[in-house]
Design a binder for this molecule. Structure first.
Ligand SMILES: [Zn+2]
Length: 137
């Protein structure tokens, strides 16, 4: 009988966790941090969404502005929407962004890239290789 080091035991335990659970743990939509100032809504963790979703600021902000029928502009690490929006509405819009532009339509994994070919946007999945066209915004 051989003894395992702590690291080896940890490694073995990790290997027993199904991949799906690890992935779900890794990807989580951040809780939106916002502040209403006058008639503006400031999204304070805008950068966090970009890095978790791996999308560029232009695409994500354009979506939010369209969906909320308002204009907006970046301010440092924040993003300012020129209207008053409730936290519930923000969360709902961010969720629809993820459903449409982050999750793979084939396998449901969030490991996707958004690429543009001939003016058409495609969602390319790094987990299963699927490629789906998505609407341009
Ligand atoms: Zn996929």
């Amino acid at each position: 009988m051989s003894f395992l080091s702590y690291e080896e035991m940890l490694k073995r335990a990790m290997e027993r966790i199904p991949k799906k659970i690890k992935d779900e743990k890794r990807f989580r939509i951040p809780e939106v941090m916002y502040e209403i100032q006058g008639n503006k809504t400031i999204i304070k963790n805008f950068q966090e969404f970009l890095s978790v979703f791996r999308r560029d600021a232009k695409h994500f902000s354009k979506f939010l502005c369209r969906e909320l029928a308002t204009l907006g502009y970046p301010q440092g690490n924040f993003f300012v929407l020129q209207t008053m929006v409730s936290g519930a509405t923000l969360r709902k819009k961010i969720e629809s962004y993820v459903n449409e532009f982050v999750y793979c339509k084939q396998c449901g994994e969030p490991d996707t890239k958004l690429i543009k070919e001939d003016r058409i946007y495609f969602l390319v999945c790094e987990a299963c290789g699927a490629k789906h066209s998505v609407r341009s915004i």
